[in-house]
Design a protein around this ligand. Structure first.
Ligand code: AMP
Length: 423
């Protein structure tokens, strides 16, 4: 018989791996709530146009990596490659700007899809945790956003994180810079990849982000964005850095950081892990400010800022740094019934205890002590509750503590409080 295999670049998560994803989600969402964020859940797929318009036609994500297909009504649909465009679409469609107070702060968690070459830390389906803020522009807000990401990493216990930060300027700065890049690259373009040769006309800043030409000296010697920033953008960036200096976040200004998506303006940043193994330099997440993204989709001039991090990468780093606390599946009690009627009594007891948040297991098919103890060996519960004819008649069930090996008789009605008090 044919055995099916998962699609290349996807993963099955079960046991401890599934618990790790939930743990990261819980820590991140609990902490971000303290920063004033509320959750948003958007569809996994959107009209393709949503991503083209927002992320930018020239970005790798849109031009090469999207899972796009036609539905049965011939509409072009795309599995979301990232969260920002969908959240912006939802923000506008649901008119959330009507009650910006003064900010709308949203967070999301869920799978993203990119047709990339699968390798360590790079999958075709992966999870992102991300945030978006709409409504105001302020260097203090930029710092607060960066601080919120850094705080999540700290809460998770991750060490050796480096923040790389840059300003790619406001729209005016970017126009001046694009002009300078176009003129610089037009003399050097022959040695560069086909994509870069096209980008020189469409979006020369994207050349700086090219994966093929990343070590090409032509790229390394390209004009620096900082020489083209307007005074306003320069002052803005200096302020962001001065706020960051107030907190103990290690950062490095990286003039070559432009980020892969088109919607950014001014502050852009990335969190990198520093280690002495193959994970060194791995990007855990990043983001930036976008002054004009909402305007691209509507007539509203509302600034935004956000970031996203990759949950699988966070987990890989936490594995490497060995910082997980015990996530293993814990059974409070296994109930053993030594005859059909006793099993039925156990079944009722299990239901009652489970409704009080206790994790209860039972054997469905066997009535001998030996067979049911096999299940206990496998599940390693804190207690084993034993019910036989005598226990059923007296209403006093036997409870064995698997650590101390002591066994006591407890009245049926008192089992719940006994387990709760001794949890
Ligand atoms: P981006 O939206 O490209 O800025 O990505 C933000 C973060 O998502 C990255 O820093 C990674 O941690 C994670 N990420 C992006 N693409 C992938 C992928 N293909 N597989 C796993 N994680 C990814």
């Amino acid at each position: 018989m044919k055995e099916y295999q998962k699609i290349k670049g996807t993963q099955d998560f079960f046991g401890e791996d599934a618990l790790k994803i939930r743990y990261v989600e819980k820590v991140a969402s609990n902490l971000i709530t303290c920063f004033g964020f509320q959750e948003i859940q958007t569809p996994i797929f959107e009209n393709t146009e949503v991503f083209i318009k927002n992320v930018g036609e020239e970005s790798d994500v849109v031009s090469k990596e999207m899972y796009t297909f036609k539905d049965k009504s011939d509409r072009s649909i795309t599995l979301r490659p990232e969260g920002t465009a969908s959240v912006a679409r939802a923000y506008l469609e649901n008119k959330m700007y009507a009650n910006n107070l003064p900010l709308t702060k949203l967070f999301y968690f869920g799978p993203m899809f990119r047709y990339e070459r699968p390798q360590t830390g790079r999958y075709r389906q992966f999870h992102q945790f991300g945030v978006e803020v709409y409504g105001e522009s302020s260097p203090m807000l930029d710092c607060d956003i960066i601080l919120s990401a850094y705080s999540i990493f700290s809460k998770l216990g991750i060490k050796n994180i480096l923040l790389k930060i840059n300003s790619i300027g406001n729209i005016e700065s970017r126009k001046n810079y694009s002009k300078a890049l176009r003129s610089y690259f037009s003399n050097n373009i022959d040695n560069m990849c086909e994509d870069c040769r096209r980008r020189i006309n469409t979006n020369p800043m994207r050349i700086l982000d090219c994966k093929v030409d990343k070590d090409n000296p032509i790229l390394k010697n390209a004009p620096n964005i900082h020489d083209y920033l307007t005074d306003e953008s320069k002052q803005y960036f200096d302020k962001v850095l001065s706020y960051l200096d107030q907190f103990s976040i290690p950062y490095e200004v990286d003039y070559n950081l432009v980020r892969g998506l088109d919607y950014y303006t001014d502050t852009v940043f990335e969190f990198i892990i520093q280690s002495d193994d193959e994970l060194n330099g791995l990007a855990m997440g990043g983001g930036g400010k976008y002054a004009d993204m909402i305007q691209l989709m509507s007539d509203k001039d509302i600034p935004g800022i956000g970031y996203a991090f990759g949950v699988e990468r966070i987990i890989a780093i936490m594995n490497k740094q060995n910082i997980w606390h015990d996530l293993s599946y814990k059974v409070d009690a296994v109930i053993i019934g030594l005859d059909e009627l006793s099993k039925l009594s156990g079944f009722h007891l299990a239901q009652e205890l489970r409704m009080h948040d206790l994790n209860i297991e039972m054997d469905y098919n066997h009535t001998t002590m030996k067979q049911q103890f096999k299940l206990c060996d496998k599940l390693n519960p804190k207690y084993i509750i034993i019910i036989g004819e005598e226990e059923r008649k007296s209403g006093i069930y036997q409870i064995k503590d698997t650590q101390t090996k002591q066994q006591v008789g407890v009245k049926k009605e008192e089992i719940l409080s006994y387990l709760k008090n001794n949890k």
